[in-house]
Design a protein around this ligand. Structure first.
Ligand code: FAD
Length: 302
């Protein structure tokens, strides 16, 4: 049976480079994670669609990833197919106040392009190292802004493998949750509408946010950004620090000494180290403050 889905995949994707047993540690910014049974980077929507159709027909799970910057893959790896939407599907077209951007475009690239065209709306995203697809699926946000503020519509493949255009309504997007994630949709393309940056406020904010990240975040070490969601009325990093965990480590995974909301890979960390550290933080923070921290990072695989 196993050989059959693999040969069907090869048949459906002529010319695509399918990697078998591909270690995911090279595809996540945390640099941890076991192998994906099959891994490929589609050149276009047709190829992506064909891969998803085979997975469904063959009863094999399929996981879409972008830049892997919000992802922890367990050591046992990922069964089935992993599709990474990257630069080959990363076209970005900005006209007037509108942008139509493919999922594989880098979010920092889009944020910079917008600022250079005097457009306001994405300045918060300057240092969020995801793909546009991942950012839309997660409703990424920072410094009071989120993707939802300027996202108008998206072209998706839904979980029945139907291509659809979704006009985004306010209820579709919440704090790190979206209709796309909830309904298992693959984001192919997003349409944004920005404001004109009349007084240069957005450009100032963009520069300020970038400087703040440099100052406060451990950008020179592998991480997946903030590990936990912000509990209402608190900051995860402050709770972790108050529980005495800044700098605490398990194996190669460490609570960043620069920002306690981040776990960094100090070299040679395994996914087991990271997951053990997450569990330890949750226990100790709950003991110290009574608050249960929930993960913001997506934990996948076996
Ligand atoms: P991935 O990590 O590859 O995937 C994340 C989730 O999205 C997975 O569930 C995946 O299945 C899904 N997904 C990915 N692409 C698609 C697609 N095309 N269609 C459907 N689903 C998809 N995040 C913030 O919100 N705010 C921050 O300020 C922030 N700062 C960060 C700073 C650092 C240093 C780092 C390393 C991370 C930071 N992050 C932050 C986390 C991360 O960058 C964002 O969540 C980003 O939007 C994830 O995009 P990605 O392409 O890397 O997604």
């Amino acid at each position: 049976m196993e050989a059959q889905w693999k040969s069907e995949l090869m048949r459906a994707l002529p010319g695509a480079q399918i990697l078998w047993d591909e270690p995911m540690k090279g595809h996540t910014t945390m640099n941890v994670g076991g192998p994906a049974d099959a891994f490929f980077q589609p050149k276009n929507t047709a190829q992506l669609h064909a891969g998803l159709i085979v997975a469904r027909e063959q009863g094999v799970p399929a996981l879409i990833v972008g830049n892997g910057s919000n992802l922890i893959v367990r050591e046992g790896g990922i069964r089935g197919l992993v599709v990474q939407i990257g630069a080959a599907m990363g076209a970005c077209r900005i006209q007037g106040r509108k942008a139509v951007v493919q999922a594989g475009c880098s979010l920092p690239f889009l944020a910079r392009e917008a600022i250079q065209k005097n457009l306001a709306g994405l300045e918060f995203a300057a240092g969020i190292p995801g793909s546009v697809g991942g950012a839309v699926a997660m409703n990424a946000g920072a410094y009071g802004g989120t993707i939802a503020d300027c996202l108008k519509a998206a072209r998706v493949i839904d979980r029945d493998n139907v291509l659809r255009d979704i006009v985004v309504k306010p209820d579709d997007m919440g704090y790190r949750t979206t209709i796309f994630g909830r309904e298992g949709m693959t984001v192919l393309e997003a349409e944004f509408e920005f404001r004109y940056d009349k007084g240069g406020e957005a450009r100032k904010a963009y520069d300020d946010f970038r400087a703040r990240r440099q100052e406060k975040q451990p950008l020179d070490q592998p991480s997946a950004g903030s590990v936990f969601k912000r509990p209402e009325g608190h900051f995860a990093g402050q709770l972790i620090e108050a529980a005495g965990l800044k700098g605490f480590s398990i194996g190669g995974a460490q609570v960043s000494t620069k920002h306690a909301g981040f776990i960094v890979n100090t070299g040679g960390a395994t996914a087991d180290d990271v997951l053990a550290l997450i569990a330890e933080i949750q226990t100790r923070v709950q003991e110290a403050s009574g608050i249960r921290l929930e993960t913001e990072v997506k934990i996948v695989g076996e």
